[in-house]
Design a protein around this ligand. Structure first.
Ligand SMILES: [Zn+2]
Length: 166
């Protein structure tokens, strides 16, 4: 894994944001390195005031993302997942406005299942299965899209600029 020295987030023009990424190979990447990456990505995400960040947003070709989303009690839960997959999409759909750290200043409404079950691996290489709904389900789907090279602007009918209040 190449090291990112500066805290920069790739913008939508970047090629790596439009390609499907390589699976994390736990026999090749030491768990320690993956944990360090998760920590670093969490820091970059927080500094950018985001709630999710995928590896290709910092230029890495890896199916890996981090997310930190408040639950219904307002507590923030941190997720770092490798090789995530949506294993079940519930029928009910929800239309919500999305933004993305790689598409700054823009938002757009996207229709997605309101509830999903995903599976993946934590930074210890243990298999996890998570049932998610609401904002968490939204973030998971947005991030897994990133790993397939899809941005929300590819899914929305219309992206528009966030009005600046000054
Ligand atoms: Zn994004």
């Amino acid at each position: 894994m190449e090291k990112h020295k500066v805290l920069t987030i790739d913008q939508k023009e970047s090629k790596i944001l439009h390609q499907s990424l390589e699976k994390v190979d736990f026999s090749e990447i030491p768990k320690k390195e993956l944990k360090e990456l998760a920590k670093k990505m969490r820091q970059i995400m927080k500094e950018a005031k985001g709630i999710g960040l995928s590896a290709n947003q910092i230029g890495l070709d890896l199916r890996f993302f981090v997310a930190e989303v408040p639950d219904s009690q307002g507590r923030c839960k941190f997720y770092a997942l490798a090789n995530p997959e949506i294993i079940k999409r519930y029928e009910e759909k929800e239309v919500l406005e999305e933004g993305c750290l790689s598409v700054p200043g823009m938002v757009g409404v996207v229709e997605r299942p309101s509830k999903v079950i995903i599976s993946g691996f934590d930074t210890n290489g243990r298999k996890v299965k998570i049932k998610a709904w609401g904002l968490l389900a939204r973030v998971f789907q947005h991030e897994i899209d990133h790993l397939d090279g899809i941005l929300f602007i590819d899914r929305t009918k219309e992206a528009y600029k966030i009005p600046k209040n000054d």
